[in-house]
Design a binder for this molecule. Structure first.
Ligand SMILES: [Fe+2]
Ligand SMILES: [Fe+2]
Length: 221
Protein backbone atom coordinates (compact mmCIF):
# COMPACT_ATOMS: atom_id res chain seq x y z
CA UNK A 1 0.00 0.00 0.00
CA UNK A 2 2.95 2.41 0.68
CA UNK A 3 3.96 2.51 -2.99
CA UNK A 4 0.33 3.14 -3.95
CA UNK A 5 0.20 6.09 -1.53
CA UNK A 6 3.28 7.53 -3.27
CA UNK A 7 1.58 7.09 -6.66
CA UNK A 8 -1.55 8.83 -5.32
CA UNK A 9 0.63 11.73 -4.10
CA UNK A 10 2.11 12.07 -7.59
CA UNK A 11 -1.34 12.07 -9.25
CA UNK A 12 -2.60 14.66 -6.78
CA UNK A 13 0.47 16.87 -7.30
CA UNK A 14 0.15 16.80 -11.09
CA UNK A 15 -3.59 17.61 -10.93
CA UNK A 16 -3.13 20.55 -8.53
CA UNK A 17 0.28 21.76 -9.75
CA UNK A 18 -1.12 25.00 -11.20
CA UNK A 19 -2.06 26.18 -7.69
CA UNK A 20 0.75 25.27 -5.31
CA UNK A 21 -1.08 26.45 -2.21
CA UNK A 22 -3.71 23.75 -2.81
CA UNK A 23 -0.99 21.10 -2.56
CA UNK A 24 0.26 22.61 0.69
CA UNK A 25 -3.33 22.54 2.00
CA UNK A 26 -3.75 18.89 1.01
CA UNK A 27 -0.54 17.90 2.81
CA UNK A 28 -1.55 19.82 5.97
CA UNK A 29 -4.93 18.05 5.90
CA UNK A 30 -3.19 14.70 5.35
CA UNK A 31 -1.00 15.28 8.43
CA UNK A 32 -3.94 16.48 10.53
CA UNK A 33 -5.90 13.37 9.54
CA UNK A 34 -3.11 11.17 10.87
CA UNK A 35 -2.95 13.21 14.10
CA UNK A 36 -6.71 12.90 14.71
CA UNK A 37 -6.76 9.22 13.67
CA UNK A 38 -4.24 8.44 16.43
CA UNK A 39 -6.85 9.56 19.00
CA UNK A 40 -9.67 7.44 17.55
CA UNK A 41 -10.04 3.66 17.56
CA UNK A 42 -10.64 1.47 14.50
CA UNK A 43 -9.67 3.93 11.78
CA UNK A 44 -8.98 2.34 8.38
CA UNK A 45 -5.84 4.20 7.30
CA UNK A 46 -6.08 2.52 3.88
CA UNK A 47 -9.26 4.58 3.47
CA UNK A 48 -8.26 7.78 5.26
CA UNK A 49 -4.83 8.37 3.70
CA UNK A 50 -5.91 8.15 0.03
CA UNK A 51 -9.08 10.14 0.85
CA UNK A 52 -7.02 12.94 2.43
CA UNK A 53 -4.61 13.06 -0.52
CA UNK A 54 -7.38 13.04 -3.13
CA UNK A 55 -10.08 15.10 -1.36
CA UNK A 56 -9.47 18.30 -3.38
CA UNK A 57 -8.40 16.58 -6.62
CA UNK A 58 -11.16 18.46 -8.51
CA UNK A 59 -10.53 21.85 -6.86
CA UNK A 60 -8.78 23.36 -9.89
CA UNK A 61 -11.53 22.08 -12.20
CA UNK A 62 -14.17 23.72 -9.99
CA UNK A 63 -12.23 27.02 -9.98
CA UNK A 64 -11.91 26.94 -13.77
CA UNK A 65 -15.64 26.39 -14.28
CA UNK A 66 -17.13 29.88 -14.58
CA UNK A 67 -20.68 28.49 -14.60
CA UNK A 68 -20.29 27.64 -10.89
CA UNK A 69 -21.93 24.27 -11.49
CA UNK A 70 -18.92 22.05 -10.73
CA UNK A 71 -18.87 20.75 -7.15
CA UNK A 72 -15.33 19.57 -6.43
CA UNK A 73 -16.57 17.11 -3.78
CA UNK A 74 -18.86 15.36 -6.27
CA UNK A 75 -16.45 15.49 -9.22
CA UNK A 76 -13.50 14.71 -6.92
CA UNK A 77 -15.14 11.49 -5.69
CA UNK A 78 -15.57 10.37 -9.31
CA UNK A 79 -12.00 11.31 -10.30
CA UNK A 80 -10.62 9.57 -7.20
CA UNK A 81 -12.62 6.45 -8.07
CA UNK A 82 -10.99 6.33 -11.52
CA UNK A 83 -7.47 6.86 -10.14
CA UNK A 84 -7.91 4.19 -7.45
CA UNK A 85 -9.35 1.80 -10.01
CA UNK A 86 -6.25 2.27 -12.17
CA UNK A 87 -4.13 1.51 -9.09
CA UNK A 88 -6.11 -1.72 -8.55
CA UNK A 89 -7.61 -0.71 -5.20
CA UNK A 90 -10.28 -3.15 -3.99
CA UNK A 91 -13.80 -1.94 -4.90
CA UNK A 92 -14.97 -1.84 -1.25
CA UNK A 93 -12.07 0.46 -0.31
CA UNK A 94 -12.79 2.68 -3.32
CA UNK A 95 -16.41 3.15 -2.21
CA UNK A 96 -15.32 4.06 1.34
CA UNK A 97 -12.74 6.55 0.03
CA UNK A 98 -15.30 8.10 -2.36
CA UNK A 99 -17.73 8.58 0.56
CA UNK A 100 -15.05 10.56 2.46
CA UNK A 101 -14.38 12.82 -0.53
CA UNK A 102 -18.06 13.35 -1.37
CA UNK A 103 -18.87 14.41 2.21
CA UNK A 104 -15.83 16.59 3.02
CA UNK A 105 -17.33 19.86 1.85
CA UNK A 106 -18.54 22.45 4.36
CA UNK A 107 -21.70 23.38 2.47
CA UNK A 108 -22.63 19.97 1.17
CA UNK A 109 -25.83 18.24 2.20
CA UNK A 110 -24.01 14.92 2.30
CA UNK A 111 -23.16 14.14 5.93
CA UNK A 112 -20.01 12.15 6.72
CA UNK A 113 -21.17 8.75 8.01
CA UNK A 114 -17.93 6.86 8.73
CA UNK A 115 -15.13 7.69 11.18
CA UNK A 116 -12.73 8.19 8.25
CA UNK A 117 -15.11 10.68 6.60
CA UNK A 118 -15.61 12.52 9.90
CA UNK A 119 -11.83 12.79 10.44
CA UNK A 120 -11.28 14.14 6.91
CA UNK A 121 -14.12 16.66 7.37
CA UNK A 122 -12.60 17.88 10.66
CA UNK A 123 -9.03 18.07 9.33
CA UNK A 124 -10.17 20.01 6.25
CA UNK A 125 -12.08 22.55 8.36
CA UNK A 126 -9.29 22.93 10.93
CA UNK A 127 -7.06 24.13 8.10
CA UNK A 128 -9.19 27.26 7.57
CA UNK A 129 -8.89 28.44 11.19
CA UNK A 130 -6.00 29.27 13.51
CA UNK A 131 -2.83 30.96 12.24
CA UNK A 132 -2.93 28.97 8.99
CA UNK A 133 -6.50 30.17 8.49
CA UNK A 134 -5.45 33.81 8.95
CA UNK A 135 -2.55 33.39 6.52
CA UNK A 136 -4.76 31.66 3.93
CA UNK A 137 -7.54 34.22 4.13
CA UNK A 138 -5.08 37.13 3.70
CA UNK A 139 -3.48 35.39 0.71
CA UNK A 140 -6.95 35.42 -0.87
CA UNK A 141 -7.54 39.00 0.28
CA UNK A 142 -4.46 40.09 -1.69
CA UNK A 143 -5.55 38.09 -4.72
CA UNK A 144 -9.00 39.73 -4.77
CA UNK A 145 -7.97 43.26 -3.74
CA UNK A 146 -9.86 43.14 -0.44
CA UNK A 147 -9.45 45.55 2.48
CA UNK A 148 -7.57 44.53 5.63
CA UNK A 149 -10.68 45.21 7.69
CA UNK A 150 -14.25 45.49 6.46
CA UNK A 151 -17.34 44.28 8.25
CA UNK A 152 -20.92 44.97 7.33
CA UNK A 153 -23.61 42.41 7.88
CA UNK A 154 -26.06 44.22 5.62
CA UNK A 155 -23.58 44.27 2.77
CA UNK A 156 -22.58 40.69 3.39
CA UNK A 157 -26.07 39.28 3.52
CA UNK A 158 -27.89 41.42 0.95
CA UNK A 159 -25.32 42.29 -1.67
CA UNK A 160 -22.42 39.97 -1.48
CA UNK A 161 -23.77 36.46 -1.08
CA UNK A 162 -25.90 34.33 -3.33
CA UNK A 163 -28.25 31.57 -2.18
CA UNK A 164 -25.88 28.62 -2.28
CA UNK A 165 -23.26 30.42 -0.18
CA UNK A 166 -21.02 31.36 -3.11
CA UNK A 167 -19.52 34.87 -2.73
CA UNK A 168 -20.67 37.07 -5.60
CA UNK A 169 -18.23 39.93 -5.30
CA UNK A 170 -14.97 38.83 -3.75
CA UNK A 171 -13.47 42.35 -3.79
CA UNK A 172 -16.15 43.48 -1.29
CA UNK A 173 -15.51 40.48 0.92
CA UNK A 174 -12.86 40.49 3.68
CA UNK A 175 -11.01 38.15 6.05
CA UNK A 176 -12.93 39.69 8.96
CA UNK A 177 -16.26 38.79 7.32
CA UNK A 178 -15.04 35.23 6.83
CA UNK A 179 -14.16 35.17 10.53
CA UNK A 180 -17.53 36.60 11.62
CA UNK A 181 -19.75 34.50 9.41
CA UNK A 182 -17.84 31.29 8.86
CA UNK A 183 -14.79 30.63 11.03
CA UNK A 184 -16.56 31.31 14.35
CA UNK A 185 -19.03 28.48 13.64
CA UNK A 186 -16.51 25.86 12.62
CA UNK A 187 -15.65 24.20 15.99
CA UNK A 188 -19.37 23.45 16.60
CA UNK A 189 -19.62 21.66 13.27
CA UNK A 190 -16.74 19.26 13.86
CA UNK A 191 -17.33 15.59 14.64
CA UNK A 192 -14.35 14.15 16.51
CA UNK A 193 -13.33 14.98 20.06
CA UNK A 194 -9.77 15.85 19.02
CA UNK A 195 -11.05 17.97 16.14
CA UNK A 196 -13.39 19.93 18.42
CA UNK A 197 -10.63 20.48 20.96
CA UNK A 198 -8.19 21.70 18.30
CA UNK A 199 -10.92 23.81 16.66
CA UNK A 200 -11.69 25.64 19.91
CA UNK A 201 -8.00 26.28 20.58
CA UNK A 202 -7.42 27.56 17.03
CA UNK A 203 -10.50 29.80 17.23
CA UNK A 204 -9.36 31.30 20.54
CA UNK A 205 -6.13 32.34 18.80
CA UNK A 206 -8.13 33.78 15.90
CA UNK A 207 -10.43 35.69 18.29
CA UNK A 208 -7.46 37.44 19.86
CA UNK A 209 -5.94 38.23 16.45
CA UNK A 210 -9.09 39.84 15.01
CA UNK A 211 -9.85 41.67 18.27
CA UNK A 212 -6.40 43.22 18.19
CA UNK A 213 -6.62 43.93 14.45
CA UNK A 214 -9.88 45.81 14.98
CA UNK A 215 -8.31 47.93 17.74
CA UNK A 216 -5.21 48.70 15.66
CA UNK A 217 -7.30 49.58 12.60
CA UNK A 218 -9.50 51.86 14.74
CA UNK A 219 -6.41 53.49 16.24
CA UNK A 220 -7.29 52.48 19.79
CA UNK A 221 -4.25 50.30 20.44
FE1 LIG B 1 -12.50 20.71 -0.59
FE1 LIG C 1 -9.63 20.78 1.33
Amino acid sequence: MRSKIEMIKQRMTSELSCSAHNIDHVMRVYNLCKLIADTEGNVEMDVLEPAALLHDIARVKESNDNSGETDHAVLGAEMAGEILNELAYPPDLIEKIKHCILTHRYRTNNEPKTIEAKILFDADKLDVIGSVGIARTYMLAGQFDQRIMASSSALYEKENIVDNGRIKNLSKHSPYMEYEYKFKNIPDKLYTQKGKQMGKERLTFMDSFFLRLKEEVNGTL
